[in-house]
Design a protein around this ligand. Structure first.
Ligand code: BGC
Length: 764
């Protein structure tokens, strides 16, 4: 056992902040999550200006209690859009100053008119905020976030968010409820689709990229909007994968797995954070002061707006921690939740609670200040209409350059799971090609869930993309074969005929988009309906067959893996699904995406994630009394980080800058990667770390760096990474950060399951 050397024991501020300070004092060049930069950006909500503070304070001094609470009140708009059990806000509410922001209201003309009422007809003329879920594009829909994470390309992901912001702001929006940064280790949960998968480091890099993209360099610019890191925290840990369900985790797991993407978002300057529907170890997150205040505000110094989730405040009555709406409102305002999304608990209950002295008005004032500061930063007090400009609305939507980038993003997100033969790429001049499957021509599913203002008519389906790509002489036979769900096999015979007539078959299978997203959980990860039977019949036709999967969660497709030579993970790729897919299927583009999740063989392996602990009895096929199943292999169907290419990459010469180092020394790691095939291609070089012996158990592997590179045929490149102290640190037995001396293993390679390894030692 290693000796435990405490690196920091300062009093006062929070643990990880303390680590950062101590490491800074020790001369570390980089702190926090190095890849995304930990330094506060100019848009960090903590960076106020005296002019802003003075403006906000003088406005606050003129506000009645009701007007203050109005600023904290968010409702759906007068034209509808209210979800379950919520009232739509009216123009009378705006005039009375009872609304600070709207949910799901957009459109330049519509927002301009509502803004006009707020500015010209309410007593204080405070502008409104318009918020919406702009998750993966506004009208130009990009791949779903899980798919974008499969690109392992943060610059591209940032650019997609930037374009989403350009379109959304041109439609009057100031605020997006994205990025969703919840780590998901249970693919039954429908919202796996909305995040970046199972890994805290990849999730952190993607979170920061999206924040940068949405918020841009200058929040006051008319094409940037407030981003929201959601759902704080552990929403993805819902028991059984059932949305909204209880999460009960150790502080260690919260700290190591679920919090890092939020911290990365805060470090990137995210302006708002949304609390989660779930309880965590007995306390609903809308009341969880320990995380929402002690950690978020005090330790991390987050000074932006905390917004509740939809009716999340009032739902504390159902959770059983609040007797009624008043008690719920009090719990939430005390926990530091600033904005009440649609439950109206604040406007209804807080006037009485403040006047009776139960809730100090200073709590309300602080929340209002944060909302007013956000409006100030957006420039709305200078020009409340700057986002509601009809000319911009039409000129910025679905631009050719946006569509071109949507195609590029979609190509980057595709993961080649298997390519026996090789079967892919297919020739464009086949005589006859059969395209079969319920998702081949499903435009809605191409868009995926949470598609903002996306319209199925904008989406190019796989079938259309394939038709556009093949040679003029190629006959494309299309048969749906079956519905995505249900038991009707009536279409099988025609599909089988098409397969027999064809020189090759592309089978497009998976889940329709309404099987993913909020409250869309499944207890099975199999292909729904009769799709596997359809695949069995098509494979029996004996033609070269490629299966393309469309889905928002990993699916357990062991049968396909065993029987179809080529398998492509295409997620939901957005408006350019068809062209991007065709680019890959016919070889104009060489796929380079990697899985951001482990794909289980069956749902019985869930939860399955690569960064699990060793246990005292690590799985061993030869030893019965080890941690495994009798009826399943140890490994997932496809490991985290897996993804093939039409070329081959060889790894050699893993080199470490030192075999022994002090805790404050950086460590250079390099590896040489060669494209040993005959086509240019992208590879994601992944670096994992393992702390071999520590005072608390550590994951077998943890991703610490990655880089997506492009290599010409025959080209070799030496890829270098530098690790710093924070990469070696972990929460010790008392949850304070520590770097312990001893041996570490570095693994570098093409996936979490295929690594070159080396060791180094950290000395006192
Ligand atoms: C979801 C949030 C979303 C909100 C507003 C809720 O049901 O959990 O992620 O931002 O609705 O649409």
């Amino acid at each position: 056992m290693k000796s435990v050397a405490r690196i920091a024991n300062l009093s006062g501020k929070g643990r990880w902040v303390r680590l950062a300070i101590v490491l800074a004092l020790a001369g570390y060049p980089s702190l926090g999550l190095s890849a995304e930069g930990a330094n506060p950006t100019p848009s960090n909500p903590a960076n106020g200006s005296p002019a802003m503070d003075q403006f906000v304070d003088s406005l606050l001094a003129r506000m009645t209690l009701e007007e203050k609470l109005g600023q904290l009140n968010q409702l759906a708009g007068p034209s509808g859009g209210a979800g379950p059990e919520a009232r739509a806000g009216t123009e009378a509410d705006i005039r009375a100053g009872r609304i600070g922001s709207f949910l799901g209201v957009y459109g330049a003309a519509h927002t301009r008119e509502l803004q006009r009422i707020a500015v010209e007809e309410s007593r204080l003329g405070i502008p409104l905020l318009f918020a919406h879920d702009v998750i993966h594009g506004f009208r130009t829909i990009f791949p779903v976030p899980l798919a974008e994470a499969a690109s392992w390309d943060p610059e591209a992901v940032e650019r997609a968010a930037r374009i989403a912001a350009i379109e959304a702001t041109a439609h009057g929006l100031h605020w997006t409820y994205a990025p969703m940064v919840d780590i998901a280790r249970d693919p039954r949960w429908g919202r796996v689709v909305e995040g970046s998968g199972e890994d805290p480091y990849l999730g952190s890099v993607m979170a920061a990229a999206r924040v940068r993209g949405f918020q841009g360099a200058d929040l006051a610019a008319a094409d940037t909007l407030l981003a929201t890191a959601k759902h704080f925290v552990a929403y993805g840990a819902a028991e059984g994968g059932r949305d909204y369900n209880t999460a009960d985790l150790s502080d260690r797991t919260v700290q190591e797995i679920y919090l890092p993407p939020f911290q990365a978002a805060v470090n990137a300057g995210v302006q708002t954070i949304m609390t989660a529907f779930n309880e965590l170890a007995g306390v609903p997150m809308h009341a969880h002061r320990r995380w929402t205040f002690d950690l978020l505000r005090r330790d991390w110094g987050f000074a932006g707006v905390v917004v509740s989730d939809y009716r999340g405040i009032l739902e504390m009555v159902q959770h059983g921690v609040a007797q009624d709406g008043a008690a719920a409102g009090e719990l939430a305002i005390r926990a530091g939740v600033d904005v009440d999304m649609v439950s109206e608990s604040y406007v209804r209950q807080l006037p009485g609670l403040v006047r009776s002295g139960r809730v100090p008005e200073s709590l309300v004032d602080e929340a209002v200040r944060r909302v007013l500061r956000a409006k100030y930063r957006l420039g709305l007090f200078q020009d409340p209409y700057r986002y509601s400009d009809s000319a911009r609305e039409s000129s910025r939507t679905l631009r050719a350059e946006h569509l071109a980038f949507a195609r590029e993003m979609a190509r980057k997100s595709i993961v080649l799971l298997k390519n026996g033969g090789p079967t892919l790429p297919l020739a464009k001049d086949l005589r006859t090609l059969a395209v079969i499957g319920p998702l081949a021509d499903d435009a809605e599913s191409a868009l995926g869930p949470w598609a903002a203002a996306g319209q199925p008519g904008d989406a190019i389906t796989p079938l259309v993309g394939i038709r556009q790509a093949v040679s003029a002489g190629t006959r494309v036979l299309y048969e749906k074969g079956a519905e995505a769900d249900g038991s009707d096999t009536g279409g099988f015979a025609a599909a089988e005929r098409a397969a027999r007539e064809a020189d090759a078959v592309i089978l497009v299978l998976g889940e329709p988009r309404d099987m993913s997203g909020e409250a869309h959980n499944r207890s099975s990860l199999d292909l729904p309906g009769v799709q596997q039977q359809l695949a069995e019949r098509i494979v029996a036709a004996g033609k070269p067959t490629v299966a393309v999967l469309m889905n928002g969660r990993p699916l357990s497709t062991a049968w396909l893996d065993g029987h179809v030579p080529a398998l492509v993970e295409a997620w939901y790729l957005g408006v350019q699904t068809g062209p991007a897919l065709a680019d890959v299927l016919f070889g104009d583009v060489n796929p380079g995406g990697k899985l951001p999740v482990s794909v289980p063989r069956t749902v019985g392996q869930v939860p399955i994630y690569y960064n699990h602990k060793n246990t005292g009895r690590p799985p061993d096929e030869r030893d019965h009394y080890t941690s495994k199943y009798l009826d399943l292999p140890l490994t997932p169907l496809y490991p985290f980080g897996h993804g093939l290419s039409y070329t081959r990459f060889a790894y050699r010469d893993l080199r470490l800058g030192a075999a022994r180092l002090r805790r404050s020394d950086p460590l250079d790691v390099s590896v040489t990667v060669t494209n040993s095939g005959s086509r240019a291609g992208d590879e994601v070089v992944q670096l994992y770390l393992r702390d071999e012996v520590a005072s608390v158990t550590r994951p077998g592997l943890a991703l610490r760096r990655f880089q997506r590179i492009t290599l010409a045929p025959g080209e070799s490149r030496t890829v270098s990474f530098t690790l710093h102290a924070d990469d070696l640190a972990f929460p010790g037995a008392d949850l304070q950060p520590v770097i312990e001396p001893g041996f570490f293993t570095v693994g570098v390679g093409t996936s979490s399951a295929e690594l070159l390894k080396a060791r180094f030692e950290v000395v006192e």
